[in-house]
Design a binder for this molecule. Structure first.
Ligand code: AHR
Length: 502
């Protein structure tokens, strides 16, 4: 059996674990909001109409922050439609998803939901069909305590205290030809800069995210970032990155290597940010908000919005069913995000419920967890303290898209206060079992707390409403002796080993 070694040394840490790494995303898209987080009349709905089972699963998932209300949806959205008496709110065409938006959930409902879920809200602004004024109005509505038109409107709508939203996205995927009101880099950069400057007149301490490319495959990737940052570098704190992966044309090996692409993507955005920084002789270092990432089978029929005269409310859209390989890739993408915690300081698993989501609901019925729920929940719960430098000594595995890649990928975190040490790892081989040795000689007095494995002899196995548990993590046999822990990782597997100071 091929051998691999991880050298774990708590003396070498690269960055603190960022709580915002474990963000997610709620967009007015398909059944994410309606029959997802919100379903009045459902037996488990609370007095606001929020499904308490979804709230509980959101807390179990360990989500820390949620981006709202889009996505492509936000670029045609009038936020004022979603506030005030619900029965007076207009129904509108949602052009992004060819749906009808009933506006029964808006800013106030989302903020109430976020509070119940215990997550930080991350608000996205419409810089597609709208601009500086509407962004200022929404900021005033959310954050000004009282005594102005919009702050008084919020209070009249039941929210006496301001929401104090800290983190704002200046539009969404503005380079995309599909984006309503999409712009050139120069046009968008100027609008984003003007919007950011005006918002800072209300609150200089906001944290603002400017749009990077909507994927690294865009023809303008790199040039877009450079031009947008030339316009906005002094005004913003983060630049966004979005990436979706799926098994294209049956190429399982390359799909399992998706995190290599994420690593390269992050390195390229960091290089571009630092180039602009160097040219400007700036002290400030820009961070990345990886505010959309996941596995998404974009070529499946349910990824296509309805067409023609049909403008349904909350249609079934993007309801991917994830298998074991998808969960291993999600776990590996989180490893990549953790590894880059020095520059990736916010990230959102897109999305939270029903739409390419770890949580699925049946309208009027139950809730179940997809395979992808587990690596996210366990990483969010146990990645604490600092991310360690982690040299991996292992064989490579061949892929068509990325060449030969290390078969093992891993991240480790260490909490200096508690002594807890957690290692997250994947075997990216489609065929070979790997004997993995965690070299713990630099970790004094360690005790094995837990070892779990997500894997299946059939990597295409999915969870479903009737059987959500078969493909959940199971105990992993781990031997601790002589300053090392030994585990055997089956092909296409994700694992977690937890140690503590004894
Ligand atoms: O998350 C689904 C969609 O993917 C979002 O609306 C958009 O921003 C991205 O293209």
């Amino acid at each position: 059996m091929p051998q691999a070694t991880l050298n774990i040394d708590p003396a070498f840490s690269s960055a603190p674990v960022r709580p915002r790494t474990f963000g997610s995303f709620v967009e007015h898209l398909g059944r994410c909001v309606y029959t997802g987080i919100y379903e009045p009349g459902h037996p488990l709905a609370d007095e606001h109409g929020f499904r308490s089972d979804v709230l509980e699963a959101t807390r179990d998932l360990g989500v820390t922050m949620v981006r709202y209300p889009g996505g492509n949806f936000v670029s045609g959205y009038r936020w004022e439609d979603g506030v005030g008496p619900a029965e007076q709110r207009p129904r509108r065409l949602d052009l992004a998803w060819h749906s009808t938006e009933p506006n029964q959930v808006g800013v106030d409902e989302f903020m109430a939901w976020a509070k119940l879920a215990g997550v930080e809200p991350m608000m996205a602004l419409n810089l597609g069909t709208r601009g500086v004024q509407e962004a200022l109005d929404l900021l005033e509505y959310c954050n000004v305590p009282q005594g102005t038109y919009w702050s008084n409107a919020r209070r009249a709508n039941g929210a006496e205290e301001p929401y104090r939203v800290k983190l704002w996205c200046l539009g969404n995927e503005m380079d995309g030809p599909w984006q309503i009101g999409g712009k050139t880099a120069r046009e968008y950069g100027r609008l984003a800069s003007q919007t950011a400057k005006a918002m800072r007149l209300i609150d200089p301490n906001l944290q603002l995210v400017v749009c990077g490319s909507s994927s690294s495959a865009m023809p303008t990737f790199g040039k877009w970032e450079k031009t947008v940052l030339d316009e906005t570098y002094d005004d913003v704190d983060f630049i966004s990155a979005h990436a979706y992966y799926w098994e294209k044309d049956g190429d399982l090996e390359s799909f399992l290597g998706s995190a290599v692409d994420m690593d390269r993507f992050i390195a390229a955005v960091v290089a571009t940010c630092d180039h602009v920084r160097a040219v400007r002789k700036a002290d400030k270092r820009l961070m990345i908000s990886f505010d959309e990432w996941n596995v998404w089978y974009q070529d499946r029929a349910e990824s296509r919005p309805p067409t023609g005269d049909d403008w349904p409310v909350a249609p079934v859209l993007l309801e991917d069913r994830y298998n074991v390989a998808d969960a291993v890739v999600v776990g590996n993408l989180l490893i990549s995000l953790l590894r880059h915690s020095d520059r990736v300081q916010a990230a959102c698993l897109a999305q939270l419920v029903n739409v390419i989501a770890p949580i699925m609901t049946e309208p009027g019925g139950g809730l179940w967890r997809q395979t992808t729920f587990h690596p996210f929940a366990l990483t969010a719960r146990h990645a604490k303290g600092h991310v360690l430098e982690l040299p991996v000594n292992c064989p490579t595995t061949a892929t068509t898209r990325f060449g030969d890649i290390p078969v093992i990928d891993a991240a480790a975190t260490h909490d200096a206060d508690t002594g807890d040490l957690t290692v997250f790892m994947v075997n990216r081989s489609a065929a070979e079992m790997i004997d993995l040795r965690l070299d713990l000689r630099a970790v004094r007095r360690s005790r094995l707390v837990e070892a779990v494995l997500l894997s299946s002899p059939d990597h295409t196995r999915r969870a479903n409403a009737d059987d959500p548990a078969t493909v959940s993590p199971k105990p992993l046999d781990a031997q601790l002796s002589g300053g090392a822990a030994a585990v055997a990782l089956p092909p296409i597997s994700w694992a977690m080993v937890r140690l503590s100071a004894s």
